[in-house]
Ligand binder design. Structure first.
Ligand SMILES: NC(=O)C1=CN([C@@H]2O[C@H](COP(=O)(O)OP(=O)(O)OC[C@H]3O[C@@H](n4cnc5c(N)ncnc54)[C@H](OP(=O)(O)O)[C@@H]3O)[C@@H](O)[C@H]2O)C=CC1
Ligand SMILES: CC(C)(CO)C(=O)C(=O)O
Length: 319
């Protein structure tokens, strides 16, 4: 049976997954703003993925008109695909509307601090944690998204899955539907572990790519930058202990291997820096630094790269 899905933030990630899900016959509604929204409303959303073009005509709204046009329980699922810098303001903007229904909310964002912000608004029992894995994607022009990679999704009941958790039937349904739509999707019973493993990658490459302008392959294969990437990843592994997640040396090596052998991706933070947009620095490097401070340990690589990035002229745009 087809799903009714609301995707908040039709950018690189939201736009790509929207196209796959709509292509498989699901009813997808988008939110966006500005020229991108106008283009989606006028001409539709065009997604260029691995040599295939998806042209989709989908209903799209800004948040003020979404509240007028739809009820939260018109949907089986709300997917948040915003930058982390927008999570709190958008949750405030849509808070009363979301609270007027019972629909579950899935975050597909990088970082470990989005689900807690969503839970403040809708309550933990409605939150699904998730992440977009092995995908690079961004808006290339109004109404246009480019994406590459196998583009998996990992998701699970947040913060943890209880025995006989009421969210399991929905997760199973989503897993089946997403896989049939061409999105390799797995459900985990330990989503916080997976979110932290992804943070290892993002802290390893995103800030350094924004600082240097280099893609993920150039960074990880560079004799000096590769060591800095590994150092920032190791600091993320150490930081995970502050939340009892306790990532291991094996997690560190697996994540370094994953990003070293993945496509040469222009990270989302580099794309934001080039476009002069706010960076997810606080939710990536800041998240690691805060946990390390809490544990009384240093995070010298993360602290240095963050400080250089702020100093390089983006400081006034950090959220
Ligand atoms: N891009 C990638 O390759 C990957 C990204 N991720 C993560 O996925 C998440 C989403 O990233 P990404 O897709 O790159 O983000 P984008 O910036 O491409 O997309 C976010 C979209 O949300 C829109 N938006 C923001 N605020 C509002 C608002 N108030 N009302 C309506 N629309 C709004 C943005 O509009 P505007 O442009 O006007 O701000 C933009 O269109 C991030 O956490 C990122 O780290 C994970 C894996 C890979
Ligand atoms: C590093 C990468 C591409 C991994 O998917 C990512 O998550 C991002 O660009 O934010």
């Amino acid at each position: 049976m087809s799903l009714k899905l609301l995707i908040i933030g039709a950018g690189g990630i939201g736009g790509y997954y929207a196209a796959r899900l709509a292509g498989a016959g699901h009813d997808v509604v988008l939110t966006a703003r500005g020229d991108h929204l106008k283009a989606i409303q006028g001409r539709g959303l065009k997604v260029d993925y691995e040599g295939r073009i998806f042209d989709c005509r989908l209903p799209a709204y800004d948040h003020a008109s979404l509240i007028q046009a739809c009820q939260p329980d018109d949907f089986d699922l709300v997917i948040v695909a915003l930058k982390s810098t927008a999570t709190e303001p958008v949750m405030t903007e849509l808070g009363d509307w979301l609270r007027s229904g019972t629909v579950p909310v899935l975050s597909l964002q990088n970082g470990v601090d989005n689900e807690p912000l969503i839970a403040v608004v809708v309550g933990e029992s409605r939150v699904l944690g998730g992440l977009a894995v092995r995908i690079g994607g961004h808006i290339t022009g109004p109404g246009e998204v480019f994406a590459e990679g196998v583009a998996q999704i990992v998701m699970g009941a947040w913060p943890e899955q209880a025995p006989a958790d009421a969210r399991i039937p929905l997760l199973d349904r989503l897993q089946t539907a997403f896989n049939l739509a061409g999105i390799p999707t797995t459900v985990t019973d330990n989503i916080r572990y997976e979110l932290w493993r992804k943070l290892v990658i993002n802290n390893g490459v995103n800030p350094l790519s924004a600082l240097t302008g280099l893609d993920t392959r150039s960074l990880t294969h560079h004799p000096e930058f590769g060591r800095i990437v590994y150092g920032m990843m190791a600091e993320t592994v150490a930081a995970s202990r502050a939340e009892g997640v306790n990532l291991s040396q094996q997690d560190l090596d697996e994540m370094f291997e994953l990003i070293s052998t993945f496509n040469a991706i222009k990270t989302s933070m580099l794309v934001d820096k080039e476009k002069g947009r706010p960076l997810e620095l606080d939710s990536i490097a800041g998240a690691v630094q805060r946990r390390c401070r809490q544990l009384g340990i240093e995070a010298p690589y993360t602290t240095t790269v963050s400080a250089l990035l702020v100093h390089s002229g983006t400081g006034d745009r950090l959220a």
